[in-house]
Design a protein. Structure first.
Length: 311
């Protein structure tokens, strides 16, 4: 059977919205506000600090996204030249143009000449460095230089990628630090929100339940209609490329749990919420997703999430 119950915030944005609503209402009521002096003081402090740290995450994310968008194409190019260099060298070995043993100059498997795995930036840089040093040592021994691609092309791609790696790493660290600084306020934010909501509901507790909830909502108190368990599932993907997005965080604004999309972009989240609800998704390199879905009692829902890459 469906029931309407209070739901404390479960995300940074919903915490900030709750704090802002309570602070605005308290300020508007002035001396008529019924919050205790201690709660007023805690609310003023945490609302200001939370807003400041929340605002601080945006420029940190923008810097990280900008550098990521620079780095990823450079990584693709460097990976390509590394791979092509190795493959062409192996073809020359097959034609007996170069001896098989020369693979050792590049720290490649002498017996197979397999192209090493190049998934991470560190792997790409390591292999590029091995090729550059290996070609210098091989030609110094009197061997003919490799062509199509020659080592200068590998070196240019390597240098371009290597130049952006440290600024990108620094930007990632700065964004992580900004998020951690904000998350560090969540314990106090949650405590203050609960304290404010408790005092608000106590003040209006002699009114009818519907009237109490209506007055409390003006202070930012959230009430949600809950019923049976229902599952919302689908796929998270890039709206422009249709490629799946792994590791996106999916949750309801008024829910109390979240899930991450898998490597194929699939997600499945269970909730007892009902009626119109805001479904949210967050991913570091994408704009936040926020859409309203309608949840029907005893019915599951299939819902794909299309996210726009940040620029």
């Amino acid at each position: 059977m469906a029931s309407e119950t209070r739901q404390l915030p479960n995300s940074n944005i919903s915490r900030l919205m709750a704090l802002n609503a309570a602070k605005s209402k308290d300020t508007a009521m002035g001396v008529s506000s019924f919050l205790t002096a201690q709660t007023k003081s805690r609310l003023t402090s945490i609302q200001s600090n939370y807003q400041t740290r929340y605002d601080g995450t945006a420029p940190a994310k923008q810097t990280m996204v900008t550098l990521t968008n620079q780095k990823n194409p450079l990584a693709d190019i460097s990976r390509m030249f590394n791979s092509h260099f190795i493959q062409v060298f192996n073809l020359a070995v097959d034609r007996s143009t170069f001896p098989q043993a020369d693979r050792a100059f590049y720290k490649l498997d002498v017996g197979t000449g397999n192209v090493p795995e190049m998934i991470t930036d560190q792997q790409i840089i390591k292999i590029g460095d091995d090729l550059i040093k290996g070609e210098a040592n091989r030609t110094a021994s009197g061997a003919a230089a490799m062509t199509m691609p020659d080592i200068s092309e590998v070196n240019t791609a390597f240098t371009n990628l290597n130049t952006v790696l440290m600024p990108h790493s620094t930007a990632v660290d700065a964004y992580d630090a900004a998020l951690e600084a904000l998350d560090g306020l969540n314990t106090e934010a949650d405590a203050v929100i609960k304290k404010v909501w408790d005092e608000v509901e106590t003040f209006y507790n002699e009114e009818e339940a519907s009237s109490q909830r209506q007055n409390a909502r003006e202070w930012g108190v959230i009430y949600v209609l809950k019923g049976s368990n229902k599952t919302i599932s689908g796929k998270v993907f890039d709206i422009d490329t249709n490629l799946p997005i792994a590791g996106a965080k999916i949750f309801f604004a008024n829910g109390n749990n979240s899930v991450l999309s898998d490597d194929e972009g699939n997600y499945s989240i269970t909730t007892t919420l009902m009626s119109a609800q805001r479904l949210l998704a967050e991913s570091d390199l994408y704009d936040n997703y926020d859409e309203t879905v309608t949840l029907v009692e005893n019915e599951n829902l299939t819902w794909d999430i299309k996210m726009k890459k940040s620029v």
